[in-house]
Structures are given as C-alpha cells and as structure tokens.
Design a protein around this ligand. Structure first.
Ligand code: GLY
Length: 337
C-alpha cells in the first residue's frame, strides 16, 4: 500500500506534506504570538449546517479547543452526523435511491495546501467523509466513485456494511408502493418551485487556533435519486470550498441545480474581493435565481476573521439554520430570506 501513496520530492505522502507545510507556517510566526497581519484570524471557530449542527459542533469543538487541526474537527463533526441512525439525509440510514440503495457523496478540503479528496455514489461504507479524507491524503486523486470507491475504502481499512436500516427500508417501500420511478425523470420545472426532495447536507467548516481552514460535507443526496447520481457535495466549488487566505463556504439544497453554478467557489471569490459572508452568499444565490431557477437551497460562509453569514432560497422561513461554536459560546442561527 505504501508504494501507492503520493510522495513529494521530499518522500512525504500528501498527509505528511500537509502537516509539514502547516508546521513550517507555524514556525514562521513570531514567538510572542503577535502574528503578521496575514496571519491574523478569528479561530478557533466551527460552523455546521442544519439542526444537527449544534451536536456536530459539540464533537468538533473540543478538537479545536485542545489545539487540534481544523480538518480533524471537521471530520469528527461530520462523522457524528453520518452515524446518526435517524438522520435521513446523511450517511447510514439515509433515504435510498430509486432501487432502494443508499449511496453517499462527501468531500474534504484543506486550506493550507488547497488539497481536495472526495467520493461520489459511495456504497456500503458508513463514514463517507473519512473515505474522502483518505482519497485526499493517501492518493494523487481528488474524486473516486461508485463500487470502486467502496473497494478503495475497504483497502483503506473501512468496514463494508449495509447503509439501510428499518426506517429507511420502510420509507423506500412506502414510496415504491405509490411511485413507479424517480421524480428525476420529470421535466425540469424552470421558474417553478421544485417539490421538496430532501437535500439536508451536513457541511462543516472550521478555523483552528493556528489559522488553518478546513471544510467538509457529506450527504446521501436527493430522495429516490436515479442509481449512479452524484450531486454537488463531492464537487469542489459546488458542495464546499475553502481558501486559507479568505475563508470557507458550504452548500446544501438542490445539488442538481446548484452544482451548475459552483456557488461555494463563487462565494469565496466574492469574499476575496471584499464582500462579507452574508453579501457573498446572497450574490451567489442570486446568480442562480437570475437564470430563472426557483430551487430549495442554502449557502453558509465563514471568513478567515471569524465573521459568518448565510443565505437561502426556497424552503419555508423557519427551516434552515446553521450552528456556530467559538470562544464566545454556541449559537443556532435561523437563515432569513
Ligand atoms: N446537496 C445535496 C445533493 O443534492 O446532493
């Protein structure tokens, strides 16, 4: 296995190289802790989408508080949601596809190196975001899909197991009794509100005490999707994006529409140009609605300085929240239209 890992000219694999790069950056900081302006940041802080956000942040926050890396906090927070048996839209027990199988999309991105790892349509493995991290750290690739992603996960030591539980099986059986095929076959309702199709993606982003930024997301995508469908979550710039000099952004909602616009990349570039997280997310959503789409979706962004904001389209007004945990405590923020 070791021979297959990416090695740099230093002989290090991607994980070792990323950690060494971080250590080098830390060593360059003045010993009295007064960093140069570009090293100022608002960490530690962790943000997670939706109503599982507070619980996820409670798992990720201690990692940051004890001086751990943002990427470790993000992975721990997302794993927590992936393993919740009653969470319908992420990980184990998630809503199945048209033929009754739950498949997962996930991604991780590491700000200091701009490294990405992702899996699409991953089958029979519970912690999709951890498999994405293995793609990032153990290979030269950025995205693995389908049964081959499962084979990669097994090779990395993950257990192959069913993602179906009683609840998701019954939900699918009830759907099959009433429906012949996925609504993905329907004509695209441009200009009309799509029926609610799930899409409660977990997206987590963090700035650690050293100012490193990490981001990740994980989902089983759209309810009763076509077999083989991959959504926005494992696509860098669509489901999530970060840049250590700017911040991070995550997307949730109708990935089939949102991935056409790379809205998290758009958000980060607007922030780089001076927009606040709230302004940037609003403008990135407006880019989509200006093309005539009335989708359900949301964007949340975290600036390197700790400022955060979000925007949403569709969904009823008391539905979409995100959770923030930093040195001042916890917040669960309703995103207003
Ligand atoms: N945003 C989740 C999905 O549509 O796949």
């Amino acid at each position: 296995m070791k021979a297959l890992k990416q090695t740099s000219s230093t002989g290090m694999n991607r994980r070792e190289f990323a950690l060494a790069a971080t250590a080098t950056a830390l060593a360059a900081l003045p010993l009295n802790g007064l960093a140069a302006t570009k090293d100022e940041h608002g960490g530690p802080v962790i943000i997670t989408t939706w109503d599982f956000g507070p619980g996820a942040n409670d798992v990720g926050w201690p990692v940051l508080q004890s001086g751990g890396l943002a990427i470790d906090a993000v992975e721990a927070a997302i794993n927590h949601v992936e393993l919740l048996p009653d969470e319908f839209y992420v990980g184990f027990g998630g809503v199945p596809n048209e033929i009754g199988e739950t498949t997962l999309d996930a991604m991780m991105m590491w700000g200091p190196t701009h490294d990405v790892g992702a899996v699409g349509c991953l089958k029979r493995i519970k912690r999709a975001v951890s498999v994405a991290r293995k793609v990032m750290e153990e290979t030269q690739h950025s995205l693995l899909v389908g049964d081959d992603a499962t084979r990669f996960a097994v090779r990395m030591g993950f257990e192959e197991t069913s993602l179906t539980n009683l609840r998701s099986q019954k939900f699918w059986e009830a759907w099959v009794a009433k429906n012949k095929e996925s609504s993905a076959w329907d004509p695209e309702p441009i200009g009309e509100q799509r029926p609610l199709e799930g899409h409660d993606t977990v997206g987590t982003m963090a700035v650690d005490a050293q100012g490193n930024i990490g981001v990740g997301c994980s989902t089983n995508g759209r309810n009763f999707k076509l077999p083989g469908r991959v959504g926005d979550s494992p696509i860098a710039g669509a489901g999530a994006y970060c840049d250590n000099e700017v911040g991070a952004a995550v997307a949730t909602g109708n990935g089939d529409v949102m991935m056409r616009f790379l809205p998290t990349y758009h958000t980060i570039e607007l922030m780089r140009a001076g927009a606040t997280p709230a302004e940037a997310t609003q403008a990135a959503i407006k880019r989509i609605t200006d093309k005539g789409y009335s989708f359900d979706g949301g964007l949340v962004a975290l600036a390197r300085n700790g400022e955060h904001g979000a925007s949403k389209q569709g969904w009823e007004n008391n539905k979409f929240r995100y959770a923030v945990r930093n040195g001042s405590g916890s917040q669960h923020i309703l995103v207003k239209p």
